[in-house]
Design a binder for this molecule. Structure first.
Ligand code: UD2
Ligand code: MN
Length: 584
């Protein structure tokens, strides 16, 4: 097909907003062959309903007007996304910044704010051509106590790799940081160099990232808003592919594919190979997961690099038409600080007539921290109980149907008793926007959730699991699987001691399962796609029988080791009592 220009309808919609061009025809900024002129003509015809396209620079080869230095090999620490290692004598600084920020700021400080990045896009992405009149965009970055060089590298990467005529502004929204360099006017001074392209606004009290983003959206001037975390580096030509689906349909929200940036060495690590695509789903305790995109979905596309539909998203990085975002109520203002807002927005968009697409040609690096370096401030004290679970409860009470709410409460039994505040505004919004029910969403959008996380049988017991012999409770001690279960003082707070047994014999803690082997009683990953288990609880004798091994859960009187032993209903070390706990 060398030399030929081909026109392909985009996705299933069949409109010709996009042109896929054979590599041989592409000349950077200078298209000369007769066929490519034809391509351009035809393309412009398609998009001529929008004004101004011919006054603007043309995007060619999907590369945009990014800084050419990204194509030149550059020397220096961390260039081209390579890892950078500090010298031995800097180890103290590294450790200190890691414990303060959850990432090695000392390492980041040595890397240029304008560093080149590894081009992690699929090869195909270099061949797409995008509309010339894409909507103007505000990139909104909310931050709370982020490292200086990390925050600013995020800004520099956006300025360097975004065609300036689409980029209306970078809007920094400070969520009441108290680090000296972030609040002293230094930041105002620094951004002067961007000649008004970068704006800074500040909260007068801590609001949490969710409300801060809604505030940014109201304040933004672009037609489209893009949210980024304050520790990102955008990749080459990241924005046009995100904007194109929104240009086609303003109710489409788009999500870039996220590469990892190592929090110690700043190495850019492409998320996965060319042939695999993932999308966001959830399990019933509202844990966010990513799942390989079902074939059915991939088959709706012609090219491996085309966007695909996704039930939800991780939360941090996405593009959406600003007015549409505000029309659907931005984020529920009752959500606090962090967590669950990704589900709220996703359910709302899908159920109320919009859609979410993940865009393989838009790559953005994100630093995953080793731990969360901030607390939830005063906002956490406003509520009794764990704040993220309260957020989840608001979201599921608004968007789930009754049957699905039960699955959530089966996994998070204590959530039933948490005070989620008033959701009448959210219910009213759902009615006003004439939104579909959750069953529709499950059948048409998130149908792969059931393959991984089938309908949950109800719990027959949940609470602390106390030993009949000693006044202690089964406890994960906060370990992740695989780990031996232990017993410890019954604290009554649930958490790592909140054990559940379902009607199909599955014993678990939160989303994890309790199983047994020769080493003892273990916390394990539940087998995907299953909801049953081997356990049978005898309500009269209080023993827990493992039906496969035909033995019972027993506590060793001296070592406190938990294991399976031949059943003896009279042995108190094999007796277990579920005790309900309430929210503290
Ligand atoms: C993920 C999302 C994040 C957000 C979060 C909550 C990605 C890559 N990240 O966790 O964007 O959706 O889930 O659901 O998808 N911040 C504030 N105020 C606060 C706390 C945080 O402004 O009170 C800022 C913070 O500086 C950062 C952003 O909000 O720029 C996201 O926070 P994060 O990086 O701690 O969240 P993350 O990546 O662990
Ligand atoms: Mn983040």
């Amino acid at each position: 097909m060398c030399g030929a220009v081909q026109y392909y309808p985009y996705g299933t919609l069949g409109n010709l907003l996009y042109v896929f061009i054979d590599r041989a025809n592409v000349l950077y900024n200078n298209r000369t062959t007769a066929t490519s002129h034809k391509a351009q003509e035809r393309f412009l015809k398609q998009s001529s309903s929008r004004e101004g396209h011919n006054q603007r620079p043309k995007l060619v080869d999907g590369l945009g007007n990014f800084e050419p230095r990204d194509l030149q090999p550059r020397e220096g620490p961390g260039e081209n996304g390579k890892p950078h290692f500090l010298r031995q004598e800097q180890q103290n600084d590294a450790d200190q910044s890691e414990s303060q920020y959850g990432m090695n700021i000392a390492c980041s400080d040595e890397i240029s704010l304008d560093r080149s990045i590894l081009d992690t896009r699929l090869e195909e992405c270099k061949h797409w051509d995008y509309p010339t009149d894409l909507p103007s965009t505000s990139v909104i970055i909310v931050f709370h106590n982020e490292g200086w060089s990390v925050l600013l590298r995020t800004v520099h990467s956006v300025i360097n790799r975004t065609p300036s005529y689409i980029l209306k502004e970078v809007l920094l929204v400070d969520d009441f940081s108290d680090k000296e360099n972030l609040k002293s006017g230094q930041l105002e001074k620094y951004i002067e160099r961007f000649n008004g392209k970068v704006r800074l606004i500040r909260n007068t009290q801590r609001e949490g990232l969710i409300r801060t983003r809604s505030k940014g959206a109201k304040e933004a001037k672009g037609e489209v808003i893009v949210f980024l975390d304050a520790h990102c580096e955008v990749n080459i030509n990241w924005l046009p592919p995100l904007l194109a689906p929104i240009y086609r349909n303003h109710k489409t929200m788009t999500v870039p594919v996220i590469d990892g940036i190592d929090h110690k060495s700043w190495e850019v690590r492409p998320v996965y190979g060319d042939d695999r695509h993932f999308r966001g789903i959830f399990e019933w305790g509202m844990l966010y997961k990513e799942n390989e995109v079902p074939m059915k979905e991939l088959q709706t596309r012609k090219y491996n690099s085309e966007p695909y539909k996704s039930p939800t998203h991780a939360g941090g990085l996405f593009a959406i038409n600003r007015e549409y975002f505000l029309e659907i109520g931005a984020y529920d203002p009752g959500l606090l600080v962090w967590g669950g807002e990704n589900f709220e927005l996703s359910f709302k968009i899908w159920q109320c007539g919009g859609s979410i697409e993940w865009v393989p040609c838009s790559k953005v690096g994100h630093v995953y921290r080793s731990f969360m370096p901030y607390n939830f401030g005063k906002l956490a004290n406003k509520k009794k109980g764990p704040l993220i679970t309260i957020n989840y409860k608001r979201v599921i009470e608004t968007w789930f149907d009754e049957k699905y709410k039960e699955y959530f409460y089966t996994r998070e039994p204590l959530a039933r008793f948490l005070d989620m505040g008033d959701i009448s505004e959210q219910i009213a919004l759902k009615e006003r926007l004439n939104c579909k029910n959750f069953q529709w969403y499950m059948e048409n959008v998130a149908y792969d959730v059931f393959d991984k996380y089938p309908e949950l049988p109800p719990n027959i017991h949940y609470g602390e699991l106390r030993s009949g012999a000693v006044n202690k409770c089964l406890d994960t001690l906060g370990h992740g699987p695989p780990a031996l279960m232990a017993i410890s003082h019954c604290h009554g707070f649930g958490n790592n001691q909140l054990i559940r047994l379902n009607a199909k014999g599955q014993l678990g803690v939160g989303e994890r399962c309790i199983e047994a082997d020769a080493q003892g009683i273990k916390l394990a990953f539940c087998r995907l796609g299953t909801v049953d288990g081997p356990w049978l609880y005898d309500e009269n004798t209080h023993v827990l029988l493992h039906r496969v091994h035909k033995k019972c859960m027993a506590l060793h009187p001296q070592t406190s080791h938990l294991s399976l032993m031949p059943c003896d209903v009279n042995n108190t070390y094999q007796q277990w009592y579920f005790k309900q706990i309430s929210v503290k």
